[in-house]
Design a protein around this ligand. Structure first.
Ligand code: PEP
Length: 250
């Protein structure tokens, strides 16, 4: 089954509204190169509305970097799925390793956030991936298997079809170290096999992104692997030339 490549930029805690407007203007000028691919940027909450306005009329879609599971209530500092829909954003990153590492995110809370995002009609990008010590201890397979099982618990086949999964080896995020195309493909093939086991044929339509120091000079090789359907791009998504270079490689 043909899966349209998705290149999504995770801006993390970068870009004020003023900075983002400039970045989007530069991306707009190259929108023709995005044809045939899905492109998204995921700015901080404070910048979402301005970026949604700035991308109007382009193929660029916008995503948030987190979402809470409750509809509303006493959750200081959190944002609900309905609030994101109102802006409106299309995607939401859930369970990024930085959320897991610094903010106590677990597979259980990832699962709760995921179900809320799906209920609201957002397209979630669920992140999984092993730490360096886990890879060195040959635990990669076990770690991502547990993450996938617990993060996706209770999802119907239709909900899985509406979900994007990003494999992001934690040792490759922001380090300049990339998984080799073979290493990444091996984990992506495992993920797809797990999804096939749990949800059947719909697994073949689920997009599996790779993330971890993807740059223009390694993107083409990674993105040509049979089970790599796009990229979640951190650092390089803040640089127009690099982000466009990756999009052109897809
Ligand atoms: C990320 O934050 O999701 C990421 C992949 O970062 P980087 O591209 O900077 O490694």
């Amino acid at each position: 089954m043909a899966r349209t490549k998705l290149i999504a930029g995770n801006w993390k805690m970068n870009q004020t509204v003023a900075e983002a407007t400039g970045l989007i203007a530069a991306l707009r000028a190259q929108a023709a190169a995005m044809e045939g691919k899905d492109v998204a940027v995921c700015p901080p909450f404070t910048t979402l509305a301005a970026v949604v306005a700035a991308v109007a009329g382009t193929p660029i879609r916008v995503g948030a970097q987190n979402v809470h599971w409750a509809d509303s209530g006493a959750y200081t500092g959190e944002v609900s799925a309905a609030m994101l829909r109102e802006i409106p954003v299309t995607y939401v990153i859930i369970g990024h390793s930085e959320r897991r590492q610094y903010f106590g995110e677990t597979d259980k809370t990832v699962n709760q956030r995921l179900l809320a995002a799906l209920k609201a009609g957002l397209t979630p990008i669920v992140c999984v991936g092993e730490l360096l010590q886990q890879r060195e201890a040959n635990q990669t397979e076990a770690v991502v298997t547990t993450q996938i099982r617990d993060s996706l618990a209770g999802l119907s086949a239709a909900q899985l079809a509406a979900t994007v999964i990003a494999y992001e080896p934690v040792w490759a995020i922001g380090t300049g170290k990339t998984a080799s195309p073979e290493q990444a493909q091996a984990v992506h093939a495992l993920l797809r096999a797990l999804l096939r086991q749990s949800h059947g044929a719909v697994a073949d339509s689920v997009r599996l992104l790779y993330g971890g120091s993807m740059k223009p000079n390694n993107a083409a090789q990674l993105l040509s692997q049979p089970d790599i359907d796009g990229g979640l791009i951190g650092g390089a998504s803040l640089d127009v030339e690099q982000f466009m270079g990756i999009i052109k490689s897809a």
